[in-house]
Design a protein around this ligand. Structure first.
Ligand SMILES: C[S@@+](CC[C@H](N)C(=O)[O-])C[C@H]1O[C@@H](n2cnc3c(N)ncnc32)[C@H](O)[C@@H]1O
Length: 259
């Protein structure tokens, strides 16, 4: 299912977890006034606007995202130093080589279908010495969300509907190899341990849904989704305590330099 205006607006209101992860990445990257930054998979642009404040009047920030619904929201934040385009990580051909000091990729790489090609594009548009920052779910850590999704969608009648482009969380060693192949060096990895807290299962699923542009249900047809949601809710409710639901996550945070 494609993205919708409702999901895009929902994400704009519920992206505090990704925003927090993004500020951790900004700290590790060391973004300074005057820098030219590309935000890949910028979504509705909350973090992109924050990046623009950091780089100030001497710097510039460009956000790209394939979702026209999310870019339409982001464009409302446009300024002389902050612009947005529809586009995918795998094709940054609108940007000349060496045109950015920083490429920033937050909570997005797992949705990119051709990750090796995207990482080569990140390297191409970075100036020599420029830095790439990536933060997102790790292939070395399985979250409750992945377990619940696989469990429910592995049942009848959902199991016959394969997800066309499932998320792919890279392991640290896989990412390290792709960075080397793209001539990115001096790579540092950090693990950002966070806990996603919601008051109940509905709030958790709504967050997952708006974050993934509706991919919580994989390839499940629209008419079966309410039923799948109820089964997922039952699984989340097994984790519920008087403090609500808490999902532990270990984000893989990467900083690498272009040689
Ligand atoms: C969870 S959102 C993250 C948005 C923003 N970076 C943030 O941290 O709030 C993931 C974003 O990745 C975008 N996306 C999906 N496939 C992509 C691709 N191939 N290239 C770039 N962005 C992509 C989605 O449209 C969505 O806006």
């Amino acid at each position: 299912m494609a993205d919708t205006e409702e999901l895009a607006k929902g994400y704009t209101a519920r992206n505090d977890t990704q925003y927090g992860a993004g500020t951790f990445l900004i700290q590790k990257l060391g973004i300074n006034p005057g820098m030219r930054v590309l935000d890949v998979g910028c979504g509705p642009g909350n973090l992109t606007a924050h990046l623009a404040e950091i780089v100030g009047d001497e710097g510039s920030v460009v956000g790209i995202d394939p979702s026209k619904e999310r870019v339409a929201l982001a464009i409302q934040r446009r300024t002389a130093r902050l612009s947005f385009h529809e586009g995918i990580a795998e094709d940054l051909s609108r940007f000349p080589e060496s045109s950015f000091d920083v490429v920033f990729v937050n909570s997005t790489l797992h949705w990119v279908q051709d990750q090796p090609r995207a990482i080569k594009e990140f390297a191409r548009v970075l100036r020599p010495g420029g830095r790439l920052g990536i933060s997102g779910g790790s292939g070395d850590y399985t979250t409750a969300q992945e377990t619940i999704k696989a469990n429910v969608l592995g049942r009848e009648p959902y199991r016959q509907y394969q997800e066309e482009f499932p998320p792919r969380f890279l392991k640290q060693e896989e990412l390290e190899r792709l960075l080397q192949e793209a001539n990115m060096f001096d790579t540092t990895f950090f693990i950002n341990k966070i806990v996603k807290k919601t008051k109940d299962a509905d709030e958790m699923i709504d967050w997952l849904d708006t974050s993934s542009s509706g991919k919580t249900y994989g390839g499940t047809p629209l008419d079966l989704r309410p039923r799948a949601r109820e089964e997922m809710k039952a699984e989340w409710n097994k984790m519920k305590t008087e403090r609500g639901i808490q999902m532990e996550m270990e984000l893989l945070v990467t900083v690498a330099f272009k040689s």
